[in-house]
Design a protein around this ligand. Sequence first.
Ligand code: SF4
Length: 291
Amino acid sequence: MICNLCPHKCAAYKDKDTIGGKCGVSANIKVARIAPHHWEEPVLSGEKGSGAVFFSGCTLKCIYCQNSEISADNYGVEIAPSVLAEEFRKLEVQGVHNIDLISATQFLPAILRAFEIYKPKLPIVYNCGGYERVETLNALEGIVDIYLPDFKYSDDALAKEYSGAENYTQVAADAIKEMFRQTGRLTVNEEGIAQRGVLVRHLVLPNHTRNSINALNILKENFGDDLTLSLMGQYIPHGKAMDHPKLNRKITKREYEKVLSHLINLDIDGFAQELESADESFIPLWNYEID
Ligand code: SF4
């Protein structure tokens, strides 16, 4: 296939044995971990966990990515769509609240084949960096119930420098608009577990509160009262960011509270992470093995 799945539009040739494009993976599904996951937002993890599928590779190359072993170094195991379908079934049997597809876009055609084989009777979560093509998201209509995109940047220069993405702000805003068109605002069941809709995440970076404040402004302007936001304060320097002069530390309490008070002033619904969760122990282990 010629791959133009994400906004990079690499037009790279890929097949099951050929790696290509900025994401650096082949057309075969590759996964690093499949397991119940308890560290998503409470509406997703609940008590039984989210059925997380961590895909290898990523369309963004964030220099501070906490999962760089899989997103940049592409650690993982290749599996067929039929095996992924079986993994969906196993997670469902384990009683998770949803199937959480984490960084999946680079494998989308093969993942759609897995859903043709088995579609779990659980909400399907599309957990992504927000840098998506509307045309690609169209293929997920009727399959994905909950979109969980990041909105990382209000500043395209930062997006280019830190994540290698051109025109991030407009591209991500357009993608989130499409996600709202498909699924609407976030709804939960009587147990408080998300069933459908959009939950936007924003990670506060050290030395970049202005980026965060402008990002919240853009989200509020575009999505108004439909917006549910998860403000994340768990940034820890990782990978290349450890040597970056602006990214080589955790965020301060003052930085986080500045962004949080702006969120409250804008009257945005959602979740705010406690700063105490900025701890390496929240990074899952990459341990996928085929039975
Ligand atoms: S999914 Fe990968 S190969 Fe395809 S357009 Fe995006 S970065 Fe390029």
